[in-house]
Ligand binder design. Structure first.
Ligand SMILES: Cc1cc2nc3c(=O)[nH]c(=O)nc-3n(C[C@H](O)[C@H](O)[C@H](O)COP(=O)(O)OP(=O)(O)OC[C@H]3O[C@@H](n4cnc5c(N)ncnc54)[C@H](O)[C@@H]3O)c2cc1C
Length: 345
């Protein structure tokens, strides 16, 4: 399979065609002259660029190729070292990268689809997609930027000293990625945009539409037995989002704007994790549909790989909201009360 290695071609096709149904846009007059062949041509060009230019540089940095250590159950020091990708901790780092990058990419495509639908529709429908795009904009500007840094950092860590060397481009990517949470307007400003404007705009209309979109995915997933426990987790996360948001909004009138927005960045992180969990559940609905068609061995393997990345996100990333929520409802105002001169010594 042709691969970009940042994300496989199969994965891109899955997101564009199976999850976001790109072809459905051609039903609108604006996109009538487009078709699957044209979308494929653009995709092919991007894959070719990535394969010809990037992959030769990256090929050596593959956790499947580097050997170090033995499995913990193997005590014999004479045994050959195993590939580092065999170690659970290395798999944890790889799954982290995969789950945040593929989740973030899905969220970006979701916003791109709202932008397309806003362009082609009229009246109330147009307004709805504009509001959905509005509320997701600070999230799609910040989550991929912030998590991109952590993802490249884990890529470096995965390869040890070898990853840190200038011989390979990861250390340069790490510095390059650092600009993203700054140059699109900082993450702090995106947090204030989300909480101080988007969540409360038009009496919470965009926020309400966004919750309906998540609910729509939950309903679709509810009929799938394999997804029951994950669907329940997302439902619980939405309930927490509701109670935390209600509390934060009440601070605007009870404690004033300084306190209301003091933790806007923390709220943005909390909100974003739930948004990405939604995108993973949405992908899982398409994966279950794909698996029902009794796919080939390689296709089954692709879907199983996605399923593990999804499981990882729900087991390792989504629970972080239960650490952020208590802070968001805490009445300790340490950041507001800290005086600049107290940083002196
Ligand atoms: C490499 C690079 C490329 C760029 N390219 C572009 C470009 O193409 N187009 C463009 O328009 N701009 C560009 N920029 C500028 C970029 O938009 C700004 O750097 C960014 O908006 C942050 O502004 P600032 O650097 O003035 O930081 P500041 O505004 O001084 O922010 C410093 C810190 O204070 C925080 N802060 C600031 N105000 C508040 C507040 N009211 N409340 C709470 N916290 C606050 C910020 O979050 C940040 O952490 C680029 C910057 C760089 C470094």
């Amino acid at each position: 399979m042709a691969t970009t290695k940042f994300i496989s071609e199969r994965n891109l096709r899955f997101l564009l065609y199976e999850v976001f149904d790109l072809e459905s846009l051609t039903d609108y007059p604006y996109y009538q002259e487009y078709n699957r062949k044209m979308f494929d041509m653009v995709l092919d060009a991007a894959v070719k660029l990535s394969k010809d230019l990037m992959w030769p540089i990256l090929e050596e940095m593959d956790a499947k190729q580097r050997s170090q250590g033995r499995n913990l159950s193997q005590k014999d020091p004479a045994l050959a070292a195993v590939a580092i990708i065999e170690h659970a901790d290395v798999k944890r780092m790889l799954l982290f990268q995969r789950s945040v990058v593929e989740g973030a990419l899905a969220l970006l495509l979701q916003s791109a689809k709202y932008a397309d639908l806003e362009r082609v529709s009229t009246g109330g429908e147009k307004e709805k997609y504009a509001l959905l795009l509005d509320i997701l904009t600070p999230v799609v500007k910040s989550y991929p930027s912030e998590m991109g840094i952590l993802s490249v950092s884990q890529g470096l860590q995965c390869l040890g000293g070898y990853g840190y060397c200038e011989d390979f481009p990861l250390e340069q990517y790490y510095r390059d990625a650092r600009i993203h949470p700054i140059h699109e307007g900082t993450t702090g400003i995106q947090g204030m945009d989300l909480l101080g404007r988007k969540v409360i705009m038009q009496d919470g209309r965009a926020y309400g539409l966004y919750l309906e979109e998540i609910q729509h995915t939950i309903e679709k997933a509810s009929g799938i037995d394999q997804l029951t426990s994950y669907t329940r987790k997302l439902e619980k996360a939405c309930e927490l989002l509701q109670s935390v948001t209600t509390h934060m909004k009440s601070l605007a009138s009870s404690a004033g704007p300084e306190v209301f927005l003091a933790d806007a960045t923390v709220y943005l992180e909390f909100f974003s994790i739930i948004a990405v969990a939604w995108q993973w559940l949405k992908q899982m609905v398409s994966i279950q549909k794909g698996l029902e068609k009794k796919p080939s061995r390689s296709e089954t393997q692709f879907y199983n790989g996605k399923f593990h990345a999804f499981r990882f996100f729900f087991s390792y990333e989504l629970p972080k909201i239960h650490g952020l929520a208590p802070r968001l409802i805490d009445s300790d105002r340490v950041t507001v009360e800290m005086q600049p001169e107290l940083f002196n010594d």
